[in-house]
Write a protein that binds this ligand. Sequence first.
Ligand code: KIV
Length: 271
Amino acid sequence: MSVHSNTKRVTTQTLQEMKMKGEKIAMLTSYDYSMARIVDDAGVDVILVGDSASNVMAGHETTLPITLDQMIYHAASVVRAVNRALVVVDLPFGAYQGNSKEALTSSIRIMKESGAHAVKMEGGAEIRESIERILSAGIPVMGHLGLTPQSIYKFGTYTVRAKEEAEAERLLSDAAVLNDIGCFGIVLEKIPAKLAAKVTSGVDVPTIGIGAGADVDGQVLVVHDMIGLTREFSPRFLRRYLHLYEDIKAAVGQYVTDVRSADFPNEKEQY
Ligand code: KIV
C-alpha cells in the first residue's frame, strides 16, 4: 500500500485474478515522472519501464545501447510518480545474458535502487536458470517471447515472428517453461493472433500482447507511439490516440511567432 494514498495497488496477484475473471489488463510504457503520473492516474494497470527508452528517449536505433544505470534512472523517476500501477522494468541487453549470477545482481540493483516491483526479460528456455535464480530471491519476473528486440542482429528484421511451424512450436514450449517456473506474466510481441490465443489458453499466467491480436489477457503499447509523439514508426498493430508531434510542433511554432513579434509576454503575464 502506498504511503501517499489509500489507492489499492496492483500486484502480480491482482493480474492473476484479472485473468481468472476474464478482465483485460492495460499496460503501457513510461520512462519519466511526468508521463508516469498521467499514465497511472488514467488507470493503467501495469507500467513498463521498457528498454524502448533507448529508442524513444535517447534516439538510438535499437534497444541494445541502453545501460543498467540508465534503466535504473528511468525506473526510479517512474516509481516516484506511481500510486497504483505495478511497475515492471526491463533488464537491458548485457545485464543478464552472461550468467545467472549477473542476472540476479542486475535485478537486485533495479529493485533496490529504483523501488520497482518486478523485472522483465527477453527469452525462453535458454534463460531458464537466470529466471529461476531471480525468482528464488523473491523478485517477480515477466517473460517476453516472439519479437525480442534485444536479438535484432540475430534475426535481422522486426517482422512478425513464429509464422513457421517450428518457431511456433518453440514459442509454445518456451511459454510453458516460463509458466511452469513461475513467471507472473508473459509479453507476446508481434506473433500471429492465432498462436497468441493458443499460448494464452495454454498457460495459467496472464499474457500481454503487442501486435499479437485480441485473444490475449492484456495489451501493451509504447506510450510515445500511442500518443503520436513518434511519427516514423507506424506498424499495423499500433493505434494512435493522439497526434502530439503535430500538436506540439504547432504550439512551439506559435510560441516562436509570439516571442518574435513581442506579443508574449503581455501585460497580464508580467509583474
Ligand atoms: O521495451 C518495451 O517497450 C517493450 C514493449 C514493446 C513490450 O518491451
